[in-house]
Design a protein around this ligand. Structure first.
Ligand SMILES: Cc1cc2nc3c(=O)[nH]c(=O)nc-3n(C[C@H](O)[C@H](O)[C@H](O)COP(=O)(O)OP(=O)(O)OC[C@H]3O[C@@H](n4cnc5c(N)ncnc54)[C@H](O)[C@@H]3O)c2cc1C
Ligand code: SF4
Length: 511
């Protein structure tokens, strides 16, 4: 009998030499296969920096594979999709066994499974070891639950992995959740001096990629002039060390704060490295716990950060695989409006949107509250078709991969699945943005005006949304409070809000 002819497929977001794909690799007989697929970067209209980050990280990874003597076929600039290129390779080399880690995109996972059946391949699709919670564990956790909520899942993760719990299984600091301490705005005078994240000078590989992207993707959104993302394992580790040394201390308290021309705040900027698998979440959490003791940091900051990685990151991934493909179709409110064109160029009079979208186009980055409570909040209030919003988020952020982008956008920001894992829609008026930022100071609109020419569109649309969905909000004790304030607005003013909102909704491109 012939020995198996094994191919190890490594995707652009699976760049770990110690990852599951390369376990038991036989250097004599096995081969790694990687492909830069042009159609993959085009099927979502990706930000130039996102394309460059993926290509540069892949090429750096290919270099490490060669240095460690892994036989490798690396295809640059293929006009085939990943699966078409894979098919060609499998047929050409008479591959019998395909090894890969489960893709972070449901569509690709299905396509690989279909291809394997079609070509009678022995498929060894391995669980991604860059997560704490396996699919089976997540499904087991959901069993019999009426409500799927992050908080209880997160507590289970803390206990299971013995993170921030004492010997009796109780939470460190006496509480599971320090959210209340982690929601402060910057001082009225501004954020003061923030230690900037570590930024990496593009090396020759990255420079070559930047030139390639400028030439071949010139019509894609976003700028690539200030590209400094970590593109390999060493840089990602340096970024992690720098974060825990200099920036972690203020992460918690200012987690939700926003300020003009302050794109990163005190955030970690580690999502792209985590999602490309240049970093493992276990080592990120370990580094944070070491810094906690070393610098006697505040438990609220440490808990707030670990909640994001051990809680939200694991939870949304579990939900994605549980609810796909339905998640991509959900449209609870049946919203149908088109995404305003200024999401792609930042040309709007709304100062908050201008800043959040502007920095997104410049760097491919905005922090969580900008994504949720500025661009996401507006998209929900403006009744935009969820799939258009999701396409934008997937295209425009350097860390966007469907398993994490879709549940955050459709599930959290847009309530498109009707609250499957959130207790209420995340909506807010301009008052929230005013409280958490200085955006309103330079805006032509006024956050506390509900209708009329200078009314903040977010405020008008917020009240309009509550009026429109009043009965839904009042039917649940969790959302009842949100409509209580409507009672203080006269019927005449409510009619004016609805009329002004109608005008805004019909002119979204001109705001
Ligand atoms: C509408 C919307 C879309 C989003 N799309 C993405 C996306 O495509 N890719 C992505 O990685 N994150 C996404 N997020 C989550 C979050 O905004 C980013 O992870 C975060 O802003 C990345 O910046 P950071 O590394 O500085 O994070 P920090 O604020 O420093 O947080 C630390 C880490 O925690 C993890 N994390 C934090 N919040 C979440 C969350 N809600 N879900 C999953 N992981 C989380 C990330 O790995 C992040 O690096 C989205 C959030 C919203 C509201
Ligand atoms: S007034 Fe409204 S639109 Fe302008 S910055 Fe404030 S919240 Fe944004």
């Amino acid at each position: 009998m012939n020995s198996p002819n094994r191919l190890v497929l490594i995707l652009g977001d699976q760049l770990d030499l110690n990852g599951a794909a390369l376990k038991n690799f036989n250097f004599e007989t096995d081969e790694v296969f990687m492909v830069e697929s042009i159609p993959e970067a085009q099927y979502v209209w990706s930000h130039k920096a996102k394309i460059a980050l993926f290509l540069s990280a892949m090429r750096h990874f290919a270099k490490s594979l060669k240095e460690s003597n892994h036989p490798l076929t690396y295809i640059q600039g293929s006009h085939l999709s990943i699966v078409e290129a894979l098919k060609e390779k499998v047929i050409q080399d008479r591959i019998t066994h395909l090894i890969c880690v489960e893709p972070g995109e449901w569509r690709l996972k299905q396509q690989i499974e279909v291809l394997s059946k079609e070509l009678d391949l022995h498929l060894d699709m391995r669980e991604d070891d860059h997560f704490f919670c396996s699919h089976q564990e997540f499904i087991a956790w959901t069993a019999g639950k009426k409500e799927l909520r992050l908080e209880y899942f997160y507590r289970l993760m803390r206990k299971t992995h013995d993170i921030l719990v004492d010997a009796d299984g109780n939470p460190e600091g006496g509480q599971w959740n320090f959210d209340q301490d982690n929601r402060k705005p910057y001082s009225k005078k501004g954020p003061g001096i923030i230690d900037e994240p570590v930024m990496f000078e593009p090396d020759s590989i990255t420079q070559e990629v930047i030139t390639f992207v400028k030439k071949n993707y010139s019509s894609h959104p976003g700028s690539i002039e200030e590209f400094w993302w970590p593109v390999n394992r060493l840089q990602a580790l340096e970024a992690l060390n720098y974060f825990v040394e200099y920036r972690l201390r203020n992460f918690g308290v200012y987690q939700d704060a926003m300020w003009t021309k302050t794109p990163y705040g005190w955030h970690s900027i580690l999502s792209s490295s985590l999602n490309l698998k240049l970093l493992n979440p276990r080592e990120v959490i370990s580094a944070v716990l070491v810094a906690w003791t070393k610098y006697s940091l505040d438990i609220a900051t440490i808990e707030g950060f670990i909640r994001q990685i051990l809680g939200w990151r694991e939870f949304v991934r579990g939900m994605y695989y549980l609810d796909m493909p339905q998640m991509a179709q959900d449209n609870y409110y049946a919203h149908q409006r088109a995404l305003p064109s200024w999401y792609w160029n930042g040309k709007t009079h709304m100062a908050c949107m201008q800043d959040a979208i502007g920095q997104t186009l410049q760097y491919g980055y905005a922090h969580h509250i900008q994504r949720l409570m500025v661009t996401g909040n507006f998209a929900l209030l403006a009744e935009i078709l969820p799939s258009e919003v999701c396409d934008w988020y997937l295209a425009i952020y350097v860390d966007a991969i469907e398993w994490v982008e879709l549940p955050n956008t459709a599930g959290m920001a847009l309530f498109a699945n009707g609250g499957r894992f959130t207790s209420k829609p995340y909506i807010a008026s301009g008052a929230y943005i005013k409280r958490m930022s200085n955006y309103c100071d330079s805006c032509k609109y006024k956050p506390d005006v509900r209708f009329g020419e200078v009314a903040c569109p977010i405020t008008t649309l917020y009240w309009n949304f509550l009026i429109k969905h009043r009965s839904q909000f009042e039917s649940s004790p969790r959302t009842k409070l949100m409509t209580a304030n409507l009672k203080r607005i006269s019927d005449e003013d409510q009619a004016l809000i609805v009329g002004h909102a109608e005008h805004l909704l019909n002119n979204l491109d001109n705001l």
